[in-house]
Structures are given as structure tokens and as C-alpha cells.
Design a protein around this ligand. Structure first.
Ligand code: PGA
Length: 263
């Protein structure tokens, strides 16, 4: 596991875009990119769009799979993750919309939708690189604490806390926040050939400490990535403070963890 400390959120965006762009360019033919929503990946998406506009990055061979979607929600609802992706990335790059996959928040049979999503990922040859965010409680996608390492794409009931936190995006009306979500599982995420987790801001610092420095446990879903063969956590200096303090500025790192500081 690699921890990469970048100066600020914009630098996390640049460095993660370098990784994504290099990976896309290194693979001939079809490329499968796993995407995340939330405020953290926005600088990354801004960089990808800028590089595409500059003629440096082509998405014609890219198929994408998003981590999760509210349930129930219409794709054209302004808080749906499909709409988020369209607004912040898909509308601005040359990805073929038919090759963008977001779980259907209006599926009449949500369990069948989740099963079919897993099948589609397999049929595409698996995810080459998955972008992840992290919650303050260590969740990844909608895998809240308690989600097991073998969990697959499934229907999840949202914690009341998560619904309350997210009600700010629904005019502060908690009753408007969907009660459930469809989410890739930890097992699904783990199968991506590479995972990059982005975190910015001091309030994510403790989640990074538990995910990287403490033994893996379903109580902190992101900690389950420790056993992944190719995973990098890209964090900004605010987020890194607690981690650097606990590791004596990176001099005392657990086995298997490397630290890189990007100037
Ligand atoms: P955020 O969400 O990027 O908006 O902080 C991340 C997450 O909860 O996974």
C-alpha cells in the first residue's frame, strides 16, 4: 500500500489524474475505469476534462462503472449519481455514453440489477483502475462499517446518519433522501486491478490512520484494502497530519506501507 501526500486538494487531483491517464495510455484497446462520486474526486475530473480538451487524453476506448447509486432515484434527479457523473465528467469528454455504467436507481428488481452489474463488470474483463473516496467513518462506496470483505454489489439500507448528512443536498429534507442505495461490495472493489483512494481535509485524517495503520477490520471498510496488491491512498497535507504524527513523519511505517511526499 502506497500513501502519497500532496500539497492540497488540487494537487491530489493532478497526481491522481497522472495515474489514471498513464494507466489508460499504457493499455492497448479496451480500458475499464471505476468511478466515484462526492466532492473529493471533482479536482480529478476537472484535470481529466482539461487533459482531454488539450488533446492529451482520449476516452474513446474507455468503459466506466460507477461505485453506487441511491435507490430509489430517477437518473435525471439532480442528486442522482448518474446526473452527477454526466454533469461533472461524461458531458465533457469523448466517452461513449453507452459504455458508462451506473446502477439503475429505478430498477424494478434491484437485486437482479446488482447481479447484472457484476456480470457486466466480468464481461468487460474486470475493472482496470477504481477511483475511491472515503467517509469519515471509513466507508467506501455505500459499504458502511460492518460490510464484509466478500460483499458484492447489493442493495444496502442507508444509515440514518448518512441520510442526515446527505440531507444537505436534498434541501435539508431528510424525508427526501432515499432510504436505500445500490452499491458495489468490498469484494467487487477488491477485484479491481488497481485502486486509488482519494481523501482531502483534516476531518478524514482519523479514517486514514485507522485504514492504513490499524489491522484490517470490517469496522473500517477502507482498511480491508490493505491486502490489495496495488492500492494507493492520495491525501492532502491537512488529511495527512494525523497520519504523519502517528508515524513520526513517516519514519515508522508498518510493513508493506510506503510513503511518498509530492512537492
Ligand atoms: P466526499 O464523499 O468526497 O463528498 O467527502 C466521500 C464518501 O463519502 O465516500
Amino acid at each position: 500500500m502506497k500513501v502519497i501526500v500532496c500539497e492540497n486538494a488540487a494537487a491530489v487531483g493532478r497526481v491522481s489524474a497522472d495515474l489514471v491517464a498513464a494507466d489508460i495510455k499504457a493499455k492497448e484497446g479496451k480500458y475499464v475505469l471505476g468511478l466515484a462520486t462526492g466532492s473529493t474526486p471533482l479536482p480529478l475530473y476537472g484535470e481529466l476534462i482539461a487533459r482531454h480538451r488539450a488533446g492529451e487524453l482520449c476516452f474513446a476506448n474507455v468503459t466506466s462503472f460507477n461505485l453506487d447509486e441511491y435507490y430509489p432515484i430517477a437518473p435525471n434527479h439532480d442528486q442522482s449519481y448518474y446526473y452527477f457523473m454526466w454533469l461533472n465528467l461524461f458531458a465533457h469528454i469523448n466517452i461513449c455514453l453507452r459504455r458508462t455504467n451506473v446502477l439503475n436507481g429505478l430498477a424494478t428488481d434491484p437485486k437482479a440489477e446488482c447481479k447484472a452489474y457484476e456480470k457486466r463488470i466480468k464481461a468487460e474483463g474486470g475493472i482496470d483502475l477504481q477511483v475511491l473516496g472515503i467517509g469519515g467513518n471509513g466507508h467506501i462506496a455505500f459499504n458502511e462499517p460492518g460490510s464484509g470483505p466478500k460483499s458484492r454489489t447489493r442493495v444496502v439500507k442507508l444509515d440514518e446518519k448518512t441520510r442526515k448528512d446527505n440531507s444537505r443536498f436534498f434541501n435539508n429534507k431528510i424525508e427526501d433522501v432515499p432510504t436505500h442505495a445500490l452499491s458495489m461490495g468490498i469484494g467487487t472493489i477488491f477485484e479491481a486491478r488497481k485502486n486509488i483512494l482519494l481523501a482531502t481535509g483534516g476531518y478524514k485524517g482519523e479514517a486514514i490512520v485507522s485504514s492504513v495503520l490499524e489491522p484490517p477490520t470490517p469496522k473500517v471498510p477502507a482498511s480491508l484494502l490493505q491486502d490489495h496488491p496495488d492500492v494507493a491512498f492520495l491525501i492532502d497535507t491537512d488529511c495527512a497530519k494525523a497520519f504523519l504524527a502517528k508515524t513520526n513523519d513517516g519514519k515508522k511505517l508498518p510493513k508493506g506501507v510506503t510513503l511518498e511526499i509530492v512537492q
